[in-house]
Design a protein around this ligand. Structure first.
Ligand code: ATP
Length: 218
């Protein structure tokens, strides 16, 4: 039985914070494959952000040597604002009925989940895994979550040691290695003419340099 993972993000650019939680997620669930899905930018952000083609190319470079990670351009191909609910529905329909779909987000995204489009229906389609992110204490998530989010999440939390981890409707808090890296900080460093070495794969940073990305402050 296949267990397929999904990890979406703006990846502007992709960095070691993303890649490390992706790898630990794949190990924890024994994933056959993890789809990294660059998200389409909402129209009001498109002007300010890196092109879809460049973000996609950087993700492809970052995962080129990792057979478990796969770049998936489905949201960019749709070419309009795309919701996670649509992506999960589409992927669920592509998979065999006995395959499991597990979706990864960082702790900051998790605490904002109740602002996502049709967020309560997301749980019907996939299991959710939440990775640690410095600045967001997963052990004390309830102190930062809204009452609506807490109501949905509490009964769904399960540990990794259950027989079928990542079943649709469940939520697993993953103790991933905390890495305080963000795309925002990388963009700021590059715009200030500083090095971003060791924050993202060399191939990604070389690409950004060749294409003169992130040279100017936002
Ligand atoms: P930006 O700084 O531009 O907001 P970001 O670094 O937060 O970007 P995104 O592409 O927006 O990266 O994030 C995609 C997903 O990865 C989100 O679910 C986010 O929570 C998670 N994520 C990003 N960086 C980390 C990190 N260092 N540790 C854990 N999770 C992370």
């Amino acid at each position: 039985m296949a267990i397929i993972g999904i990890f979406g993000g703006s990846f502007d650019p992709i960095h070691f914070g993303h890649l490390r939680i992706a790898e630990e997620f794949a190990d924890a669930f024994g994933l056959s494959c993890l789809h990294l899905i660059p998200t389409s930018q909402p129209p009001h952000r498109q002007q300010a952000s890196t092109s879809d083609a460049d973000r996609l190319a950087m993700v492809a470079l970052a995962v080129a040597d990792n057979p478990r990670l796969r770049v998936d351009d489905r949201e960019l191909r749709r070419g309009r604002t795309c919701y996670t609910i649509d992506t999960l529905t589409e992927m669920r329909a592509e998979l065999a009925a006995d395959s499991r779909l597990v979706w990864l987000i960082g702790a900051d995204s998790f605490l904002n989940l109740d602002r996502w489009h049709r967020w309560e229906s997301l749980f019907d389609l996939a299991g959710l895994a939440v990775a640690c992110r410095p600045g967001f204490d997963l052990d004390r998530w309830q102190e930062q979550a809204s009452p609506a989010l807490t109501r949905q999440v509490l009964p769904r939390i399960q540990s990794l040691s259950v027989t079928k981890p990542g079943e649709a409707g469940t939520i697993t808090l993953l103790p991933t290695t905390p890495l305080a890296i963000s795309s925002t900080a990388i963009r700021a460093r590059l715009a200030a003419g500083q090095s971003a070495r060791y924050l993202a794969p060399a191939a990604v940073l070389d690409y950004a340099e060749r294409r003169s990305l992130y040279r100017t402050p936002p």
